[in-house]
Design a protein around this ligand. Sequence first.
Ligand code: ADP
Ligand code: MG
Length: 247
Amino acid sequence: MSAEQNIIEVDDLKKAFGENVVLKDISFSVKKSEKVVLIGPSGSGKSTLLRCLNRLEDDYEGKVLFEGENVNGASKEKLCLLRQKMGMVFQQFNLFPHKTVLENITFSPIKLKVASSAEATEHAHELLEQVGLSEKAEAYPQSLSGGQQQRVAIARALAMNPEVMLFDEPTSALDPEMVGDVLDVMERLAKNGMTMIIVTHEMSFAQNIADKVLFMNDGMIADSGTAKHIFKETDNARTRSFLSKVM
Ligand code: ADP
Ligand code: MG
């Protein structure tokens, strides 16, 4: 696959919960290595959109293609493989409380047989070093700060060697002094060429990292473009009003 090809393509995506249409005609694409940041008010559909990409949300209309493959039509086995290629990090880190940090990270690769136990363990130690937590391999989640737990959650997602990382407000549940360490880890991932789709309210981080910003409002992409366009140049009244409230 060439660098120019789209790794993700979303075409006319529509999603409703009952009568409530929460995504309306969403279309965008993501190229390999691209960082796409989703911003927008609460309830505008950002999480639902991320969840449609790996089909944590089902029953949507329109097309989601991952590396050219139709996510919506994928068989159970295929979907499992597709999900392995899309690492996801949530606001709530959801680590397994009764497993050590190391076990949290090696669990999926071993269970899904993408690595032997020895390989998974070696990889986990590398990942812990990447996220600055080498000394925490044997610790249990509850002994870690929120920021440390979130960095373990990132390492856990990376353990599957994903092609794309999806982040849904990864720092929103953290005390302010923890936010920087998590953003640093994400920035390093970005520099190493990871393809990333990030929902965040950290606007200066968004400005720094984004190749493309999608502003969502009321289930639609109301504005999109480079960080410069969205944060400096746009004359879209909704974008400006939203940014004036969060910056
Ligand atoms: P955001 O992440 O931008 O805050 P969400 O994607 O979480 O927005 O929500 C978009 C809309 O979809 C909201 O109106 C929300 O109430 C609704 N919604 C999200 N998940 C569900 C669900 N599982 N069942 C019903 N409504 C939902
Ligand atoms: Mg959300």
